[in-house]
Design a protein around this ligand. Structure first.
Ligand code: GAF
Length: 371
């Protein structure tokens, strides 16, 4: 394994453990996780592999096979971390005294900028390896929570729990239904091929700079709306019409999205349970319209990907992940895959957008030891 070879070359010995954790794509349940709601992501076949040996001193040496100079970064103080190293050092920082330093080599194959959660994969791979090495006894959900805390408190991104939970808990061939309040989860069988379908990921290759700030703003708007409605979180709104009467402007729109999106997650799971996989497309379309018009986190590239995919024969499509760029997903009958790709690529060329990248995702397994 090349991460093991790189580790040996950099640090002169074999790593004590190697863990891999995947990125994720979200089928439905967008911007619901930090509203205590429901999500249905699954792990993608791409992820991050972390080779680690603990160090008794506080030093952290960190090598990425994706870094251009190929040299390890050495940090004697956690405050020295910058850029991508913050996701790793954040995990170490959250473990406090339980972990001193470490020699780490990282290899990743999550398509960059596609919004498939390479950062959660990185956090969960490192946290899972440290959990084993230091005999911490953390469950996969505790690993996800620790990774989320690293991102919230150390990196400064106020994300919910979805991405880290998907990376830590997913099972091959299944989507992960997660109640983000109780943290109860269920692996739901999700075999599209058995129904002659594929889930096409359309990576717009565009990521807008302001995405982080807009994410925090949406989260604050939801929390403010919940306070005005006197409920702990928007998940608790049961009388949507009554709630909308009491809100105005953006907070009204955000509430509309979150409440209806939670219902869409439950409806989609009902269809999967009934074996009606081909029928989930309408829910994907409705989710996209709500994210575009009520939550206002889509982008021209995502909207065009969704419209052109449907024109090309997709049964449904939506943006996936935080928004403002990244990827859309399309549910496509296998015989229509070429037609959908051509429709989207053609529409992008006509509009003068950068060519999109197409990926095919089948549900992969969550974090696991590889060596
Ligand atoms: C990002 C966040 F990291 C998740 O927690 C989630 O809120 C998602 O955006 C939107 O559903 O991926």
């Amino acid at each position: 394994m090349r991460v093991v070879e790189a580790f040996r070359a950099a640090y002169g010995a074999s790593p004590q453990t190697v863990w891999r954790a995947p990125g994720r794509v979200n089928l439905i349940g967008e911007h619901t996780d930090y509203n205590d709601g429901f999500v249905l992501p699954f792990a993608v076949p791409w992820g991050v592999t972390a080779a680690i040996t603990p160090r008794p001193d506080g030093t952290i040496r960190l090598l990425s096979l994706q870094s251009p100079d190929g040299e390890p970064v050495t940090m004697t103080d956690r405050d020295q971390s910058k850029g991508w190293t913050r996701y790793v050092v954040g995990v170490l920082a959250m473990l406090g005294d339980r972990v001193a330093g470490a020699d780490i080599a990282i290899d990743g194959d999550v398509p960059q900028g596609a919004g498939l959660s390479s950062s959660a994969a990185l956090e969960v791979a490192v946290a899972s390896a440290l959990n084993e090495l230091h005999d911490l006894g953390l469950s996969p959900m505790e690993i996800a929570l620790l990774s989320q805390k690293a991102e919230n408190d150390f990196v400064g991104m106020p994300c919910g729990i979805m991405d880290q939970a998907a990376s830590a808990l997913s099972q091959e061939g299944h989507a992960l239904f997660l109640d983000c309040r109780s943290l109860g989860s269920r692996n739901i069988p999700f075999d599209l091929a058995a129904h002659g379908l594929s889930l096409l990921i359309i990576d717009t290759q565009v990521h807008h700079e302001h995405a982080g700030g807009e994410y925090a703003k949406r989260r604050a708007e939801c929390e403010s709306a919940a306070r005005k409605l006197g409920v702990p979180a928007l998940r608790d709104v049961t009388d949507l019409a009554g709630a909308l009467d009491r809100l105005q402007g953006d907070e009204r729109k955000r509430t509309m999205h979150v409440v209806t999106e939670n219902h869409r997650v439950e409806a989609l799971i009902g269809l999967l349970r009934a074996g009606a996989v081909t029928e989930i497309g309408a829910l994907l379309n409705a989710s996209h319209l709500s994210l575009r018009d009520q939550y206002e986190v889509s982008s021209p590239e995502l909207d065009l990907a969704v419209e052109a995919a449907i024109r090309g024969g997709a049964r449904g499509a939506r943006m996936t992940g935080g928004g403002f760029g990244g990827s859309a997903i399309a549910l496509v009958p296998e015989e229509r895959l070429d037609s959908v790709r051509e429709s989207v690529a053609g529409a992008y060329a006509e509009r003068g957008f950068q060519a999109p990248r197409f990926l095919n995702a089948t549900p992969a397994k969550g974090a696991h030891r590889v060596a």
